[in-house]
Ligand binder design. Structure first.
Ligand SMILES: [Zn+2]
Length: 139
């Protein structure tokens, strides 16, 4: 089995001299996680810290399979509620809520990193989600 290319990964240690910088050739495979299996551990040669290849992703620290996490994300993206998503994916409401929070936080960070210096003259919200306004609970 060939080893993956780590050139798109970066050291997640804020105290490291090459923190967040990709293509620095500072990362080396350093064993595997025991649980879940098959997750690569990496070592930064600049700071000597070890970390999971999943650090900084919504999959980091999950206690479910990747397939289940993807399933939950697909159902939520299609507009299914938290409880129906749990029933359809074979998970509990809390499992869905925790993963939705993780994925949402990650999406927020990704958006904030990627979308910069935009000065929109107009904003058109997607009509597909206009029903959200109708879901507000009447008092
Ligand atoms: Zn480092």
């Amino acid at each position: 089995m060939s080893e993956r290319n780590w050139s798109t990964f970066a050291c997640p240690n804020p105290a490291c001299s090459v923190y967040g910088q990709v293509g620095q050739s500072n990362l080396r495979p350093h064993g595997w996680s025991s649980k879940p299996r098959g997750i690569r551990c990496l070592r930064c040669t600049a700071c000597g810290k070890n970390f999971s290849e999943r650090k900084g992703t919504p999959l980091f620290g999950l206690h479910m399979s990747d397939e289940k996490a993807l399933d939950i994300a697909h159902h939520l993206v299609e507009g299914n509620g938290m409880r129906p998503t749990g029933r359809l994916c074979g998970g509990t409401l809390n499992t869905v809520l925790r993963f939705a929070r993780k994925a949402g936080d990650h999406a927020q960070r990704f958006h904030d990193q990627m979308v910069r210096h935009v000065q929109p003259q107009q904003v058109q919200a997607d009509e597909a989600w206009s029903y959200v306004g109708k879901k507000r609970q009447e008092l």
